[in-house]
Design a binder for this molecule. Structure first.
Ligand code: IPE
Ligand code: IPE
Ligand code: MG
Length: 271
């Protein structure tokens, strides 16, 4: 086992493939320090870099970060524009690091609501990193799961209308291919910082069988240590996907992975 896993006491065989993080609590972090809310968002970007690097070292396949929800457009214009400026800055400043670290960048969410310069920065980075084979880094921006599902339904209906797809052929896997997260593994683990225990319209389809973790620290205080502790907790959970504990224990190590959907369950049966 390499030094990194030893140092953090992590078992690489028992890590999630795809982690989603609801990065909440920037505003409260700042308010508690009598700082403007945007100071919390700035600090939050530092954590994004640190946690992304950690995810790369863990060898995770995908990390989805909830940066701005569809509902966040309701915030005061000043805060929305500060968040968009930070994002612009992030896309420019982190480009090289993303490419050097073999990270594949992807934006998920309602692209139609984003300004054209942000969209072109993000699209360029998606293209430039498209052949990278390391961590899939998804930034959920102007993202809402219900909206994403509706966009997928529209795509499916268009395919049916054009004769590309028969309604009877629509199964879970075909549907998934029409979501913004197409091609990524299912979400195994969702973390929400800052104490709130809600999902706030994040990856409802993809995280249908995820393990949820609620961390009391606000996002600007979320450390590698906390992430490692939650990952160890994740590794100790028994993921049954509907089976009995006896059935799960009889299966060889790792065989319980990638079996979330009924279609995949039957395909690994007896293996
Ligand atoms: C999360 O922090 C960042 C975004 C939603 C953009 P918040 O800004 O929601 O911080 P709190 O929840 O108000 O503390
Ligand atoms: C969820 O946080 C969205 C992000 C972290 C980007 P919010 O702070 O917007 O969620 P609610 O409003 O508390 O549910
Ligand atoms: Mg919040």
């Amino acid at each position: 086992m390499n030094e990194f896993f030893q140092r953090w006491n992590l078992d690489p065989q028992k890590l999630p493939r795809h982690v989603g993080i609801i990065m909440d609590g920037n505003g409260r972090w700042a308010t508690a320090r009598r700082l403007p809310r945007v100071a919390g968002h700035r600090k939050g970007v530092e954590r994004v870099n640190e946690i992304t690097e950690f995810a790369v070292q863990c060898g995770l396949q995908a990390l989805t970060l909830y940066a701005f929800s569809d509902e966040n457009w309701r915030r005061p214009e000043e805060e929305v524009s500060a968040l968009m400026s930070l994002l612009r800055w992030y896309l420019k400043a982190e480009r090289n690091k993303i490419l050097e670290n073999n990270i594949r960048f992807r934006l998920i969410g309602d692209r139609g609501k984003l300004s054209s310069d942000i969209l072109s920065l993000a699209t360029k980075l998606e293209e430039e990193s498209s052949s990278n084979s390391g961590l899939n880094l998804c930034v959920a921006l102007s993202y809402g799961s219900r909206g994403e599902i509706l966009r997928a339904v529209r795509r499916v209906l268009e395919k049916v209308e054009s004769g590309e797809l028969y309604p009877a052929d629509l199964d879970e896997q075909t549907f998934e291919e029409n979501l913004d997260t197409a091609g990524l593994p299912e979400v195994d683990m969702v973390i929400r910082t800052s104490g709130e225990r809600r999902v706030s319209n994040f990856l409802l389809w993809q995280a249908a069988y995820a393990e949820y973790f609620f961390e009391s620290a606000p996002w600007p205080d979320f450390t590698e240590e906390m992430f490692a502790t939650l990952l160890r907790d994740y590794s100790s959970r028994e993921r049954r996907f509907g089976r009995t504990p006896e059935q799960v224990q009889q299966r060889p190590e790792g065989d319980n992975k990638r079996t979330n959907s009924p279609a995949r369950l039957s395909s690994v049966k007896g293996s």
